[in-house]
Design a protein around this ligand. Structure first.
Ligand SMILES: Nc1ncnc2c1ncn2[C@@H]1O[C@H](COP(=O)(O)OP(=O)(O)OP(=O)(O)O)[C@@H](O)[C@H]1O
Length: 517
């Protein structure tokens, strides 16, 4: 018997004015972790949505599970065939525990409309045990650690009420995980593989892909470039496969320029206090990239929004040459030249209904405003320039933002931040969902901006971002700055050690952080 569990033959998907998949063939074996990799917009999400039944593929596309063809574009058929999905946002109701979250999608045990709670809870405990992560099944999902939330979503996907789960698709499963919890999720995946579950693993994190996947398939422009064994492959080779040309390693030291002690800051913030942050002081100097490190819940994300007036905060903010202010609104911050780039998953990152050009134009760059009005023609021209610089695909300024792939949305959000010629650029998780090529372009753009004198503040959970961009890093733990790393001290090991300085990070988690990468 063939050990092919899932077979796709000639799968194509054409959207109006866009062919997202062209004749993709793919075979996933029983009990293997099979990674799906490719640049932003290469068709990974579309392929997953075809498998889940969300998209009906073009005629002639064929999908088989264990040799049995399924009717693609039919969610119930996909579920019955054993295809299961854990999407990036996990889709959990934060107020409910694992027991109810599983019940909401898989159904509750019981008869005649009455829930047999004892049987249902037993079933959920059994599912959690399969995943191998111990969780109080009544604890609201919003109060679980990130990896526990992932485990609940995986357990829910593995419920067999609607058929035996055969293939589990994990879409960027580590995107929301702090470094300390990644290893734990990898262990969960390895255990599921041992039990014969096939896993399709979608990720831009090349180290993770090579660490966990047995084989990988590369998509480019909606076509499969082939399937490869991961054994013996290194990150450089994989990056080249994905991008189609050698990708130079991100050099770090070259860009560092120590800030003179006496240099006066462009922006100073004192006593920044929010629900999470406690009297944070910081300043950033001309030509400097200041990093802010911290795990989820440390106040890192709040800091970015508070600086740009997008979150209620108490603070004294001083821009060079201006009197200090006590409160900042988005409008005030923008007026002072502070631009905020949010991660594309944030609801305020962009206006989904508007086009790429209109979103870029929201920054009202001087080049597109004429006597107070936006010139749509200039807006499009400027958008075209940025589309080319950041390699946004498709390269159409009139494209609706909501129809872009995740990574391309992130590039547009970044373009909008850069285009308004900010005095200080504040970035929150700037590389979320972007591919290896775009990551390098973003690092380069931020450094180039610094080289012209304009400082940035980069808040990120991704240690590569901080090592790749920052001249200096403040480390947040429990809403307070606990350490400052400068110049050569900004290393992955240095950051992990600093993040561990307070006991709020459990010892077990610290041990994992060290061995993670
Ligand atoms: N509903 C849609 N209508 C029109 N075009 C779409 C739609 N969904 C996706 N596309 C287009 O299909 C192409 C493939 O997008 P897809 O989201 O599958 O890429 P991806 O590989 O998942 O990218 P990323 O890594 O950025 O998430 C893109 O050009 C995208 O703009």
């Amino acid at each position: 018997m063939s050990d092919v569990r899932l077979r796709l033959s000639g799968v194509s998907k054409t959207f109006p004015a866009q062919r997202a998949l062209s004749g993709v063939d793919l075979e996933v074996r029983a009990g293997e972790v099979h990674a799906l990799v490719g640049e932003n917009g290469s068709g990974k999400s579309t392929l997953i949505k075809v498998l889940s039944g969300f998209h009906r593929p073009d005629p002639g596309s064929r999908v088989e599970v264990d040799g049995v063809g399924l009717d693609p574009g039919n969610p119930a058929g996909s579920l019955a065939a054993g295809l299961r999905f854990v999407h990036q946002d996990l889709g959990l109701v934060d107020e409910l525990g694992a027991a109810e979250n599983v019940g909401l999608t898989a159904g509750f045990a019981g008869k005649l409309g009455r829930i047999a709670w004892r049987a249902h809870r037993e079933r959920v405990r059994h599912l959690m045990a399969r995943v191998g992560v111990e969780v109080d099944i009544d604890r609201p999902a919003g109060r679980l650690a990130a990896v526990e939330r992932s485990a609940v979503a995986i357990a829910r996907a593995l419920d067999d009420t609607h058929g035996v789960p055969k293939v589990l698709v994990l879409d960027e499963p580590t995107a929301a995980l702090p470094p300390a919890e990644v290893d734990r999720l990898m262990q969960v995946i390895a255990d599921l593989r041992e039990r014969g579950v096939s896993i399709i693993y979608v990720s831009h994190r090349l180290g993770e892909v090579l660490g966990i996947a047995d084989r990988l398939t590369v998509l480019r422009d909606g076509r499969s470039l082939g399937t490869y064994d991961t054994e013996g492959m290194d990150e450089a080779a994989l990056a080249e496969l994905i991008v189609g040309r050698p990708v130079a390693e991100i050099g770090r030291r070259a860009h560092l320029r120590p800030v003179p002690d006496a240099a006066s800051p462009v922006l100073t913030v004192a006593d920044l206090t929010t629900d999470l942050l406690r009297r944070v002081d910081l300043s950033v100097h001309e030509g400097e990239v200041l990093g802010i490190a911290g795990i989820a819940g440390s106040g890192r994300e709040e800091l970015a929004s508070a600086l740009a007036g997008a979150l209620p905060a108490q603070l004294r903010l001083t821009m060079a040459g201006a009197p200090s202010e006590t409160v900042v609104s988005v409008r005030q911050a923008r007026g002072r030249g502070i631009a905020l780039v949010l991660p594309n998953s944030h609801p305020a990152a962009a206006v989904g209904e508007q086009t790429v050009a209109e979103n870029i134009g929201l920054a009202r760059p001087a080049a597109v405003v004429r006597r107070g009005w936006i010139s749509r023609r200039r807006e499009r021209d400027v958008a075209r320039e940025w589309i080319e610089r950041l390699d946004v695909a498709p390269s159409d300024p009139d494209r609706a933002y909501s129809l872009l792939s995740g990574g391309n949305k992130q590039k547009v959000a970044l373009a909008r931040g850069l285009i308004g010629a900010p005095k200080v650029l504040v970035l929150d998780d700037p590389t979320s969902g972007v591919d290896i090529g775009a990551r390098q372009s973003i690092y380069r753009l931020v450094r180039d901006l610094a080289a012209t004198g304009t400082p940035s503040i980069v808040c990120s959970a991704d240690l590569d971002d901080l090592v790749g961009m920052a001249d200096r890093v403040l480390v947040l733990v429990d809403g307070q700055v606990v350490d400052e790393l400068v110049g050569d001290a900004v290393t992955e090991a240095g950051l992990l050690a600093a993040m561990a300085r307070r006991r709020s990070v459990p010892d077990a988690a610290l041990a994992q952080m060290g061995g993670q990468r």
